[in-house]
Design a binder for this molecule. Structure first.
Ligand SMILES: NC(=O)C1=CN([C@@H]2O[C@H](COP(=O)(O)OP(=O)(O)OC[C@H]3O[C@@H](n4cnc5c(N)ncnc54)[C@H](OP(=O)(O)O)[C@@H]3O)[C@@H](O)[C@H]2O)[C@@H](O)CC1
Ligand SMILES: Nc1ncnc2c1ncn2[C@@H]1O[C@H](COP(=O)(O)OP(=O)(O)O)[C@@H](O)[C@H]1O
Ligand SMILES: [K+]
Length: 483
């Protein structure tokens, strides 16, 4: 499990650690680690041009001490002092090592730009002159390394108001910060290198976590010698309609390829015919009115993709939500819930899988506000709706009351194509019916979905290319085998 923390959590841990070591030890550890990573990025340290963007706080101090180390190894290090004050010890160390201060024009000629403007002490939109420097670093040809967090990215949430430094690499200290995993912040970081400064024993329970392949392999339900299809888990899917059939075919495909014991599919006649043609493995029922009693026993339901939002669909959603097994609600099912939140009052767990637009309807908050502050809104959704919530998008977030928000990092932007969400709901439904909690089921489903998309997108050449939603379902068995 990879873990991440808010700025406040990091500061509290740092204070506890600092009380046990001589003053300056942590910054020395941080700066040493930073200088080693920077040196590794340069073809040769001697003679290379390094520019430090130095803010008024300790983030600037880290940059200055690291710059001093590079200067001692023969780099030509120039510091642009951007703050109202400058870390005195760091500046003295740099000057002592042969570095110097300079004006902003040196950015253009740098081989390496070290962003020490603001770290975990940053708040709100970057002010001038930091903002202009952030833009200049992004436009310059040199490599940009962010110190601790790209300046302008909120370390606790990943929020970016205005401009931020766009780094090719982020060197972070002690522990990962939330904002390095969550978009939009994540997209400014490049790969993240963690420098150990001894914080481990002082860290609290994480605020954010991200599953690894090994975590998912451990959680996945697997058949045993005495398994049969019923014990492995029976998933009910209510999806599709006479008008929309594709979503149903894709959701059933995701479920079957993820290893369902049995899928019972129930819908209008046209959707049932399509599913039967494509997936003979599923047991199908043509629904005659808003009752799911004739479908048979299931351990979990997926409700919503392509089912429509008319009166009949609402009555059907009501019937599924009235059952006492876990229900995953997606797509049209979410629109139905947004119009009548009382449907969420149920005895068994409910899992919601909205994208930002669907969450916007559920919370009555503009979509742009959700996209700019995804962590806050996924947490708010859990609190207000009393459900487990998976928020889709460039980073997928999974939240449950009193648990760390999980971030899925396995996807690819090629997933942004019609129908991939339907496949995801099928995968998650299978894991839910197989006995995983809602939180684990959607976390593992998002992980597998992302890996399958990567595998489908990476063709013979190893580059990335387009995928169709069904390709994601098709790759699932190979991905599960590889874990
Ligand atoms: N603690 C430790 O043990 C260790 C800490 N370490 C390092 O310290 C870093 C934290 O240092 P920190 O607390 O000094 O804050 P930091 O991120 O440098 O920025 C604070 C200053 O920035 C400014 N500022 C804020 N927002 C702004 C904005 N929007 N736009 C413009 N300016 C803005 C504001 O300045 P002011 O407005 O007061 O001039 C504020 O005072 C941490 O990320 C890590 O790198 C490591 O060495 C490991 C050990
Ligand atoms: N830029 C992106 N990077 C990674 N994954 C993405 C991106 N955009 C969308 N996705 C993923 O693609 C899927 C799209 O789902 P959804 O919006 O429900 O589509 P549909 O309703 O067409 O099935 C989600 O799993 C989402 O997280
Ligand atoms: K920084």
């Amino acid at each position: 499990m990879r873990t991440a923390y808010t700025s406040d959590q990091i500061r509290t841990a740092e204070r506890a650690l600092m009380a046990t070591v001589p003053e300056g030890t942590l910054m020395r550890r941080a700066a040493t680690g930073l200088s080693v990573v920077c040196a590794g990025l340069l073809p040769g340290v001697y003679g290379s041009r390094v520019v430090l963007l130095v803010g008024s706080g300790d983030n600037g101090g880290d940059a200055l001490y690291a710059g001093a180390r590079l200067a001692r190894r023969g780099a030509r290090v120039e510091a642009i002092l951007a703050g109202s004050r400058t870390h005195a010890g760091g500046l003295a160390a740099l000057l002592d090592a042969g570095g110097r201060t300079a004006g902003t024009d040196v950015i253009e000629r740098a081989d390496l730009i070290v962003d020490g403007l603001v770290g975990i002490g940053g708040a709100g939109e970057l002010r001038e002159p930091y903002r202009t420097l952030a833009l200049a670093a992004g436009a310059a040809p040199g490599l940009v390394v962010a110190v601790d967090v790209p300046s302008g990215v909120d370390a606790s949430t990943g929020r970016v108001d205005g401009e931020a430094v766009r780094a090719q690499l982020t060197v972070t200290f002690g522990a990962c910060k939330n904002g390095l995993l969550v978009d939009p912040g994540r997209s400014f970081c490049g790969p993240v290198e963690l420098v150990d400064i001894g914080l481990g024993p002082y860290l609290p329970d994480p605020d954010v976590a991200s599953l690894t392949d090994d975590d998912v392999a451990d959680l996945l339900p697997r058949p045993e010698a005495e398994s049969d299809k019923y014990r492995r888990g029976v998933l009910g899917i209510v999806a599709g309609s006479d008008r929309f059939t594709g979503a149903a075919v894709l959701a059933v495909g995701g479920a079957i390829r993820a290893g369902a014991g049995l899928v019972r599919f129930a819908s209008a006649e046209t959707a049932v015919r399509q599913v039967r043609n494509r997936w003979p493995e599923a047991i199908t029922t043509v629904l005659d009115g808003p009752s799911v009693a004739e479908v048979g026993r299931v351990q979990a339901w997926v409700l919503g993709p392509g089912m429509g939002t008319g009166e009949e669909a609402v009555a059907l959603a009501r019937a599924v939500l009235a059952t006492d097994v876990p229900v995953l609600v997606d797509a049209d099912g979410l629109t139905i819930l947004a119009n009548d939140r009382s449907l969420l009052r149920r005895s068994a767990p409910t899992v919601l899988t909205p994208h930002a637009g669907e969450l916007s309807r559920l919370l009555d908050v503009p979509r742009e506000r959700i996209e700019a502050a995804r962590m806050e809104h996924v947490r708010r959704a859990v609190a207000e709706l009393g459900a487990i919530v998976l928020l889709k998008g460039s980073t997928t977030l999974i939240a449950e009351q009193d648990r760390p928000v999980r971030v899925n990092t396995t996807g690819t932007p090629w997933l942004a194509t019609g129908g991939t969400g339907d496949v995801l709901s099928g995968i998650a439904g299978t894991l839910l019916s197989g006995g995983l909690s809602g939180y684990d089921a959607v976390s593992c489903a998002a992980h597998l979905h992302g890996l399958a998309a990567q595998a489908a997108s990476t063709g013979i050449s190893g580059g990335h290319g387009p995928i169709a939603a069904m390709d994601v379902a098709t790759m699932l068995p190979q991905v599960i085998r590889s874990l």
